[in-house]
Design a protein around this ligand. Structure first.
Ligand code: ASP
Ligand code: MG
Length: 408
Protein backbone atom coordinates (compact mmCIF):
# COMPACT_ATOMS: atom_id res chain seq x y z
CA UNK A 1 0.00 0.00 0.00
CA UNK A 2 1.35 3.42 -0.95
CA UNK A 3 0.39 6.90 0.07
CA UNK A 4 -0.10 8.92 -3.09
CA UNK A 5 -0.80 12.61 -3.50
CA UNK A 6 -2.50 13.43 -6.80
CA UNK A 7 -3.07 16.90 -8.16
CA UNK A 8 -5.55 17.65 -10.94
CA UNK A 9 -5.38 20.92 -12.84
CA UNK A 10 -8.14 23.22 -14.03
CA UNK A 11 -8.82 21.53 -17.37
CA UNK A 12 -8.99 18.14 -15.66
CA UNK A 13 -11.86 19.40 -13.49
CA UNK A 14 -13.27 21.81 -16.10
CA UNK A 15 -16.82 20.38 -16.13
CA UNK A 16 -19.08 18.12 -14.08
CA UNK A 17 -18.32 15.29 -16.51
CA UNK A 18 -14.57 15.78 -16.08
CA UNK A 19 -14.87 15.89 -12.31
CA UNK A 20 -16.59 12.50 -12.53
CA UNK A 21 -13.72 11.23 -14.69
CA UNK A 22 -11.22 12.34 -12.07
CA UNK A 23 -13.32 10.60 -9.42
CA UNK A 24 -13.26 7.37 -11.45
CA UNK A 25 -9.49 7.55 -11.71
CA UNK A 26 -9.08 8.25 -8.01
CA UNK A 27 -11.46 5.37 -7.22
CA UNK A 28 -9.35 2.99 -9.33
CA UNK A 29 -6.18 3.92 -7.43
CA UNK A 30 -8.01 3.49 -4.16
CA UNK A 31 -9.35 0.09 -5.26
CA UNK A 32 -5.73 -1.02 -5.73
CA UNK A 33 -5.30 -0.48 -2.01
CA UNK A 34 -3.52 2.90 -1.99
CA UNK A 35 -4.19 5.84 0.30
CA UNK A 36 -5.09 8.95 -1.66
CA UNK A 37 -4.82 12.66 -0.97
CA UNK A 38 -6.16 14.62 -3.94
CA UNK A 39 -5.45 18.30 -4.57
CA UNK A 40 -7.54 20.15 -7.15
CA UNK A 41 -7.38 23.49 -8.94
CA UNK A 42 -10.35 25.65 -9.75
CA UNK A 43 -12.28 24.84 -12.93
CA UNK A 44 -10.41 26.02 -16.04
CA UNK A 45 -10.81 29.77 -16.52
CA UNK A 46 -12.43 30.33 -13.13
CA UNK A 47 -9.45 32.04 -11.45
CA UNK A 48 -9.09 34.38 -14.44
CA UNK A 49 -12.81 35.11 -14.32
CA UNK A 50 -12.67 35.99 -10.63
CA UNK A 51 -9.64 38.25 -11.06
CA UNK A 52 -11.30 40.07 -13.96
CA UNK A 53 -14.45 40.54 -11.91
CA UNK A 54 -12.45 42.00 -9.03
CA UNK A 55 -10.74 44.43 -11.40
CA UNK A 56 -14.09 45.67 -12.66
CA UNK A 57 -14.77 46.85 -9.14
CA UNK A 58 -11.30 47.93 -8.05
CA UNK A 59 -8.69 48.35 -10.81
CA UNK A 60 -5.86 47.27 -8.49
CA UNK A 61 -7.68 44.89 -6.18
CA UNK A 62 -6.74 44.87 -2.54
CA UNK A 63 -4.55 41.75 -2.18
CA UNK A 64 -6.22 40.51 0.98
CA UNK A 65 -9.69 40.78 -0.53
CA UNK A 66 -8.53 39.30 -3.82
CA UNK A 67 -7.33 36.21 -1.95
CA UNK A 68 -10.68 35.89 -0.19
CA UNK A 69 -12.26 35.93 -3.62
CA UNK A 70 -10.03 33.80 -5.83
CA UNK A 71 -9.73 31.04 -3.24
CA UNK A 72 -13.41 30.26 -3.84
CA UNK A 73 -12.64 28.62 -7.18
CA UNK A 74 -10.96 25.69 -5.48
CA UNK A 75 -13.63 25.50 -2.80
CA UNK A 76 -16.12 24.58 -5.51
CA UNK A 77 -14.05 21.82 -7.09
CA UNK A 78 -13.07 20.08 -3.83
CA UNK A 79 -16.72 19.70 -2.87
CA UNK A 80 -17.68 18.52 -6.37
CA UNK A 81 -14.96 15.90 -6.37
CA UNK A 82 -15.89 14.67 -2.91
CA UNK A 83 -19.52 14.38 -4.03
CA UNK A 84 -18.55 12.51 -7.19
CA UNK A 85 -16.50 10.07 -5.13
CA UNK A 86 -19.32 9.51 -2.64
CA UNK A 87 -21.67 8.93 -5.54
CA UNK A 88 -19.39 6.05 -6.56
CA UNK A 89 -19.46 4.63 -3.08
CA UNK A 90 -15.99 5.92 -2.15
CA UNK A 91 -15.56 7.60 1.24
CA UNK A 92 -14.27 11.12 0.76
CA UNK A 93 -13.94 14.41 2.65
CA UNK A 94 -12.95 17.81 1.30
CA UNK A 95 -10.95 20.55 3.03
CA UNK A 96 -10.00 24.13 2.29
CA UNK A 97 -6.46 25.25 3.01
CA UNK A 98 -7.64 27.00 6.14
CA UNK A 99 -9.39 23.93 7.50
CA UNK A 100 -6.13 21.97 7.23
CA UNK A 101 -4.19 24.89 8.68
CA UNK A 102 -1.90 25.14 5.70
CA UNK A 103 -0.03 27.98 7.35
CA UNK A 104 1.60 30.56 5.08
CA UNK A 105 3.31 33.91 5.43
CA UNK A 106 1.20 37.02 4.85
CA UNK A 107 2.36 37.84 1.32
CA UNK A 108 -1.13 37.91 -0.19
CA UNK A 109 -1.41 36.57 -3.77
CA UNK A 110 2.09 35.05 -3.56
CA UNK A 111 2.29 33.52 -0.11
CA UNK A 112 4.75 30.82 0.90
CA UNK A 113 3.81 27.77 2.90
CA UNK A 114 5.32 27.68 6.39
CA UNK A 115 3.81 24.50 7.80
CA UNK A 116 0.98 22.02 7.38
CA UNK A 117 -0.92 20.27 10.14
CA UNK A 118 -1.31 16.75 8.76
CA UNK A 119 -3.04 15.19 11.77
CA UNK A 120 -6.50 15.57 10.30
CA UNK A 121 -5.44 14.07 6.98
CA UNK A 122 -3.87 11.10 8.75
CA UNK A 123 -7.05 10.50 10.74
CA UNK A 124 -9.18 10.52 7.58
CA UNK A 125 -6.81 8.25 5.72
CA UNK A 126 -6.91 5.80 8.62
CA UNK A 127 -10.68 6.07 8.36
CA UNK A 128 -10.45 4.80 4.74
CA UNK A 129 -11.30 8.21 3.31
CA UNK A 130 -9.97 9.92 0.22
CA UNK A 131 -8.88 13.37 1.40
CA UNK A 132 -9.62 16.13 -1.11
CA UNK A 133 -7.70 19.37 -0.59
CA UNK A 134 -8.12 22.80 -2.16
CA UNK A 135 -4.95 23.78 -4.00
CA UNK A 136 -3.44 27.26 -4.19
CA UNK A 137 -4.54 28.45 -0.74
CA UNK A 138 -3.64 28.66 2.91
CA UNK A 139 -4.06 30.93 5.92
CA UNK A 140 -1.63 33.22 7.67
CA UNK A 141 -1.19 33.26 11.43
CA UNK A 142 -4.05 35.71 11.80
CA UNK A 143 -6.34 33.26 10.03
CA UNK A 144 -6.63 35.40 6.89
CA UNK A 145 -6.96 33.51 3.61
CA UNK A 146 -3.86 33.63 1.40
CA UNK A 147 -3.06 32.25 -2.06
CA UNK A 148 0.22 30.89 -3.41
CA UNK A 149 0.53 32.57 -6.80
CA UNK A 150 -0.75 31.43 -10.18
CA UNK A 151 -0.33 27.73 -10.70
CA UNK A 152 0.04 27.33 -6.93
CA UNK A 153 -1.95 24.12 -6.68
CA UNK A 154 1.14 22.24 -7.84
CA UNK A 155 2.95 23.64 -4.83
CA UNK A 156 0.12 22.58 -2.52
CA UNK A 157 0.40 19.06 -3.91
CA UNK A 158 4.13 18.86 -3.41
CA UNK A 159 3.98 20.45 0.05
CA UNK A 160 1.39 17.91 1.18
CA UNK A 161 3.44 15.06 -0.28
CA UNK A 162 6.48 16.34 1.59
CA UNK A 163 4.61 16.79 4.87
CA UNK A 164 3.04 13.31 4.64
CA UNK A 165 6.17 11.58 3.34
CA UNK A 166 4.10 10.36 0.38
CA UNK A 167 5.50 7.69 -1.93
CA UNK A 168 4.78 9.77 -5.00
CA UNK A 169 3.27 13.10 -5.96
CA UNK A 170 1.42 12.79 -9.28
CA UNK A 171 0.56 15.95 -11.16
CA UNK A 172 -2.23 15.30 -13.66
CA UNK A 173 -2.48 17.88 -16.39
CA UNK A 174 -3.47 18.26 -20.05
CA UNK A 175 -0.09 17.20 -21.43
CA UNK A 176 1.32 13.75 -20.76
CA UNK A 177 4.71 14.80 -19.51
CA UNK A 178 7.82 16.85 -20.19
CA UNK A 179 9.05 16.80 -23.79
CA UNK A 180 12.50 17.16 -25.35
CA UNK A 181 11.23 20.45 -26.71
CA UNK A 182 7.91 22.06 -27.59
CA UNK A 183 6.14 19.67 -30.03
CA UNK A 184 4.47 22.66 -31.67
CA UNK A 185 7.89 23.66 -32.98
CA UNK A 186 9.41 20.22 -33.42
CA UNK A 187 6.77 17.59 -34.17
CA UNK A 188 9.36 14.84 -33.54
CA UNK A 189 9.81 15.94 -29.92
CA UNK A 190 9.57 13.02 -27.52
CA UNK A 191 8.20 12.63 -24.05
CA UNK A 192 11.01 12.08 -21.54
CA UNK A 193 10.57 9.08 -19.25
CA UNK A 194 12.68 10.82 -16.65
CA UNK A 195 14.28 14.20 -16.16
CA UNK A 196 16.34 15.40 -13.21
CA UNK A 197 15.20 18.22 -10.94
CA UNK A 198 18.13 20.34 -12.06
CA UNK A 199 17.32 19.86 -15.73
CA UNK A 200 13.69 20.61 -15.08
CA UNK A 201 14.62 23.92 -13.45
CA UNK A 202 16.96 24.78 -16.34
CA UNK A 203 14.21 23.95 -18.81
CA UNK A 204 11.89 26.35 -17.03
CA UNK A 205 10.73 27.79 -20.33
CA UNK A 206 9.36 24.39 -21.28
CA UNK A 207 8.75 23.03 -17.84
CA UNK A 208 6.92 25.99 -16.38
CA UNK A 209 4.07 25.36 -18.77
CA UNK A 210 3.73 21.99 -17.12
CA UNK A 211 4.55 22.68 -13.48
CA UNK A 212 4.83 25.74 -11.29
CA UNK A 213 8.61 26.06 -10.94
CA UNK A 214 8.31 26.65 -7.21
CA UNK A 215 6.78 23.21 -6.82
CA UNK A 216 9.79 21.64 -8.57
CA UNK A 217 12.18 23.44 -6.23
CA UNK A 218 10.16 22.28 -3.24
CA UNK A 219 10.07 18.68 -4.46
CA UNK A 220 13.83 18.74 -5.00
CA UNK A 221 14.44 20.14 -1.54
CA UNK A 222 12.28 17.57 0.23
CA UNK A 223 13.10 14.74 -2.16
CA UNK A 224 9.49 14.14 -3.16
CA UNK A 225 9.23 11.81 -6.18
CA UNK A 226 7.27 13.88 -8.65
CA UNK A 227 5.51 12.59 -11.74
CA UNK A 228 3.73 14.56 -14.47
CA UNK A 229 0.90 12.68 -16.20
CA UNK A 230 -2.04 13.33 -18.50
CA UNK A 231 -5.48 13.17 -16.97
CA UNK A 232 -6.92 12.34 -20.37
CA UNK A 233 -4.71 9.39 -21.28
CA UNK A 234 -4.85 6.12 -19.41
CA UNK A 235 -1.74 4.42 -20.71
CA UNK A 236 1.08 6.95 -20.50
CA UNK A 237 3.42 6.79 -17.53
CA UNK A 238 4.21 10.47 -17.93
CA UNK A 239 7.56 11.89 -16.88
CA UNK A 240 9.19 11.12 -13.55
CA UNK A 241 11.35 13.89 -12.12
CA UNK A 242 14.30 12.22 -10.49
CA UNK A 243 17.70 12.74 -8.93
CA UNK A 244 20.85 12.54 -10.97
CA UNK A 245 22.20 9.59 -8.98
CA UNK A 246 19.04 7.61 -9.77
CA UNK A 247 19.43 8.00 -13.53
CA UNK A 248 20.63 4.96 -15.40
CA UNK A 249 23.86 4.90 -17.35
CA UNK A 250 22.07 4.74 -20.69
CA UNK A 251 20.69 8.20 -20.10
CA UNK A 252 21.15 10.51 -23.09
CA UNK A 253 23.72 13.26 -22.69
CA UNK A 254 21.28 15.98 -23.65
CA UNK A 255 17.71 15.97 -22.33
CA UNK A 256 16.17 18.84 -24.18
CA UNK A 257 16.23 22.13 -26.01
CA UNK A 258 14.55 24.99 -24.18
CA UNK A 259 13.86 28.43 -25.55
CA UNK A 260 12.61 31.79 -24.46
CA UNK A 261 11.33 34.62 -26.60
CA UNK A 262 10.73 37.02 -23.73
CA UNK A 263 14.18 38.50 -23.50
CA UNK A 264 15.89 41.71 -24.50
CA UNK A 265 19.58 42.56 -24.70
CA UNK A 266 21.33 45.69 -23.48
CA UNK A 267 24.97 46.62 -24.16
CA UNK A 268 26.86 49.51 -22.56
CA UNK A 269 29.70 50.52 -24.84
CA UNK A 270 33.10 51.80 -23.83
CA UNK A 271 32.79 51.22 -20.11
CA UNK A 272 35.89 52.22 -18.12
CA UNK A 273 37.32 49.00 -16.75
CA UNK A 274 37.73 49.59 -13.03
CA UNK A 275 36.50 48.02 -9.80
CA UNK A 276 32.85 48.66 -8.94
CA UNK A 277 31.63 49.23 -12.48
CA UNK A 278 29.46 46.10 -12.75
CA UNK A 279 27.83 47.06 -9.50
CA UNK A 280 27.23 50.63 -10.63
CA UNK A 281 25.52 49.35 -13.75
CA UNK A 282 23.49 46.50 -12.29
CA UNK A 283 22.77 48.00 -8.87
CA UNK A 284 19.96 50.29 -10.06
CA UNK A 285 18.53 47.46 -12.19
CA UNK A 286 18.35 45.16 -9.20
CA UNK A 287 16.92 47.92 -7.00
CA UNK A 288 14.12 48.30 -9.53
CA UNK A 289 13.35 44.59 -9.09
CA UNK A 290 14.34 43.75 -12.64
CA UNK A 291 15.78 40.28 -13.08
CA UNK A 292 19.02 40.11 -15.01
CA UNK A 293 19.68 36.85 -16.80
CA UNK A 294 22.89 36.58 -18.84
CA UNK A 295 25.79 38.90 -18.13
CA UNK A 296 28.80 39.23 -20.42
CA UNK A 297 31.83 41.46 -19.97
CA UNK A 298 34.65 41.38 -22.46
CA UNK A 299 38.41 41.76 -22.10
CA UNK A 300 39.20 45.46 -22.10
CA UNK A 301 41.21 47.42 -24.64
CA UNK A 302 42.83 50.69 -23.63
CA UNK A 303 40.98 50.48 -20.32
CA UNK A 304 37.55 50.30 -21.99
CA UNK A 305 35.21 47.33 -22.29
CA UNK A 306 31.66 46.51 -23.41
CA UNK A 307 29.21 45.20 -20.88
CA UNK A 308 26.10 43.29 -21.99
CA UNK A 309 23.22 41.64 -20.21
CA UNK A 310 19.71 40.40 -20.86
CA UNK A 311 16.47 41.24 -19.08
CA UNK A 312 12.86 40.24 -19.50
CA UNK A 313 11.44 41.92 -22.61
CA UNK A 314 8.76 43.62 -20.54
CA UNK A 315 11.50 45.39 -18.58
CA UNK A 316 13.50 46.50 -21.61
CA UNK A 317 12.42 50.14 -21.87
CA UNK A 318 12.54 50.63 -18.13
CA UNK A 319 16.08 49.24 -18.13
CA UNK A 320 17.22 51.67 -20.84
CA UNK A 321 15.73 54.55 -18.85
CA UNK A 322 17.48 53.46 -15.68
CA UNK A 323 20.80 53.24 -17.49
CA UNK A 324 20.74 56.80 -18.91
CA UNK A 325 22.08 58.49 -15.77
CA UNK A 326 24.46 55.59 -15.09
CA UNK A 327 26.08 55.88 -18.52
CA UNK A 328 26.63 59.61 -17.96
CA UNK A 329 27.97 59.07 -14.48
CA UNK A 330 30.51 56.39 -15.40
CA UNK A 331 31.38 58.19 -18.65
CA UNK A 332 30.64 55.23 -20.92
CA UNK A 333 30.35 55.75 -24.66
CA UNK A 334 26.67 54.84 -24.90
CA UNK A 335 23.98 52.17 -24.69
CA UNK A 336 22.54 49.99 -27.39
CA UNK A 337 20.22 47.05 -27.29
CA UNK A 338 17.43 45.16 -28.89
CA UNK A 339 14.33 43.31 -27.96
CA UNK A 340 14.16 41.11 -31.07
CA UNK A 341 16.27 38.38 -29.57
CA UNK A 342 15.60 34.89 -28.29
CA UNK A 343 17.47 32.55 -26.02
CA UNK A 344 17.92 28.90 -26.93
CA UNK A 345 19.36 26.47 -24.39
CA UNK A 346 20.76 22.97 -24.67
CA UNK A 347 20.17 21.20 -21.35
CA UNK A 348 21.49 17.93 -19.97
CA UNK A 349 23.22 16.62 -16.84
CA UNK A 350 25.31 14.42 -19.15
CA UNK A 351 27.22 17.54 -20.12
CA UNK A 352 29.17 17.28 -16.90
CA UNK A 353 30.95 14.17 -18.18
CA UNK A 354 30.97 14.82 -21.93
CA UNK A 355 33.29 17.24 -23.67
CA UNK A 356 32.47 18.84 -26.98
CA UNK A 357 28.78 19.56 -26.46
CA UNK A 358 29.30 23.30 -26.85
CA UNK A 359 31.27 22.93 -30.05
CA UNK A 360 28.61 20.60 -31.52
CA UNK A 361 25.98 23.19 -30.72
CA UNK A 362 28.00 26.00 -32.28
CA UNK A 363 28.75 23.93 -35.38
CA UNK A 364 25.05 23.22 -35.81
CA UNK A 365 24.21 26.92 -35.70
CA UNK A 366 27.08 27.77 -38.02
CA UNK A 367 25.78 25.27 -40.58
CA UNK A 368 22.43 27.02 -40.48
CA UNK A 369 24.11 30.40 -40.87
CA UNK A 370 22.76 31.63 -37.54
CA UNK A 371 24.79 34.33 -35.83
CA UNK A 372 25.35 33.95 -32.09
CA UNK A 373 25.06 37.21 -30.15
CA UNK A 374 25.77 36.01 -26.64
CA UNK A 375 26.71 32.75 -24.96
CA UNK A 376 26.49 31.65 -21.36
CA UNK A 377 27.00 28.25 -19.81
CA UNK A 378 26.45 26.38 -16.60
CA UNK A 379 27.53 22.84 -15.76
CA UNK A 380 24.43 21.40 -17.37
CA UNK A 381 23.32 24.09 -19.83
CA UNK A 382 24.55 26.11 -22.79
CA UNK A 383 22.45 29.16 -23.59
CA UNK A 384 22.75 31.12 -26.78
CA UNK A 385 21.19 34.45 -27.65
CA UNK A 386 20.26 34.84 -31.32
CA UNK A 387 18.03 36.94 -33.51
CA UNK A 388 14.43 36.05 -32.70
CA UNK A 389 13.59 35.25 -36.30
CA UNK A 390 15.95 32.24 -36.30
CA UNK A 391 14.71 30.79 -33.04
CA UNK A 392 12.55 27.99 -34.42
CA UNK A 393 15.20 27.04 -36.96
CA UNK A 394 17.82 26.86 -34.22
CA UNK A 395 15.60 24.73 -31.97
CA UNK A 396 14.85 22.29 -34.79
CA UNK A 397 18.49 22.04 -35.86
CA UNK A 398 19.78 21.48 -32.32
CA UNK A 399 17.05 18.96 -31.55
CA UNK A 400 18.13 16.96 -34.58
CA UNK A 401 21.87 17.42 -34.04
CA UNK A 402 21.65 15.90 -30.54
CA UNK A 403 19.51 13.00 -31.74
CA UNK A 404 16.65 13.91 -29.47
CA UNK A 405 13.97 12.57 -31.81
CA UNK A 406 15.29 9.05 -31.37
CA UNK A 407 14.04 6.89 -28.52
CA UNK A 408 16.79 6.10 -26.03
N1 ASP B 1 -6.45 28.16 -9.80
C1 ASP B 1 -5.15 28.74 -9.63
C2 ASP B 1 -4.67 29.34 -10.95
O1 ASP B 1 -5.38 29.33 -11.94
C3 ASP B 1 -4.17 27.78 -9.08
C4 ASP B 1 -3.85 26.60 -9.97
O2 ASP B 1 -4.59 26.29 -10.89
O3 ASP B 1 -2.84 25.95 -9.72
O4 ASP B 1 -3.59 29.86 -11.01
MG1 MG C 1 -1.20 24.51 -13.67
Amino acid sequence: MSLIVQKYGGTSVGSAERVKNVARRVARWKAKGHQLVVVVSAMAGETNRLIALAREVQPHPDPRELDVMVSTGEQVTIALLAMALMDMGVRARSYTGGQLRILTDSAHTKARIVSIDESRIRRDLADDCVVVVAGFQGVNEKGDITTLGRGGSDTTGVALAAALGADECQIYTDVDGVYTTDPRIVPEARRLKTITFEEMLEMASLGSKVLQIRSVELAGKYRVPLRVLSSFEEESEGTLITFEEDQNMEQATISGIAFNRDEAKVTILGVPDRPGIAYQILGPIGDANIDVDMIVQNVSHDGLTDFSFTVNRADYHKTLKLLEPVVKHIKARGVEGGDKIAKVSVVGVGMRSHAGIASSAFRTLAEEGINIEMISTSEIKISIVINEKYMELAVRALHKAFGLEQPT
